[in-house]
Write a protein that binds this ligand. Structure first.
Ligand SMILES: [Fe+2]
Ligand SMILES: [Fe+2]
Length: 128
């Protein structure tokens, strides 16, 4: 799971903890309160995290920045959809959110984020 860049690994960890929080709240029957908080945090968290990655990729002229940015945008769009539905009091299932988040995040880290790992490390980013 590690991309061998401390700052990014820490952010990924925090992100997955957020998904875990929602999962546990759901299991304990507190998903409705947790959902509002988790969605808000998810928007903030992904904005911050994506900005960090995009800043690093840009700074070191990573050649696949655009593709990577598109992936981030697709996540943002999906989360925006959940938030809109939630705000309109449409049914949003915590289970769907947990499922989507965990699958997307794990997949993205293992494939898309891993893509910049070696490149950035070769450019002299501090590694673990
Ligand atoms: Fe990413
Ligand atoms: Fe990431």
């Amino acid at each position: 799971m590690s991309v061998r860049i401390v700052e990014i690994d820490e952010q990924h960890k925090g992100w997955l903890e957020l998904v875990n929080y929602l999962y546990h709240s759901m299991r304990d029957g507190r998903s409705q309160e947790a959902l509002a908080l988790a969605l808000k945090e998810m928007v903030d968290y992904s904005n911050n995290h994506f900005a960090t990655e995009e800043r690093l990729m840009k700074k070191y002229h990573y050649p696949h920045l655009e593709l990577h940015r598109n992936e981030h945008e697709s996540f943002r769009a999906k989360v925006r959809g959940y938030v809109e539905n939630y705000n309109k009091e449409n049914m949003v299932l915590a289970m769907d959110v947990v499922q989507f988040m965990s699958t997307w995040i794990l997949n993205h880290i293992r494939t898309v984020d891993k893509g910049y790992s070696n490149y950035l490390i070769d450019k002299g980013i501090i590694r673990r």
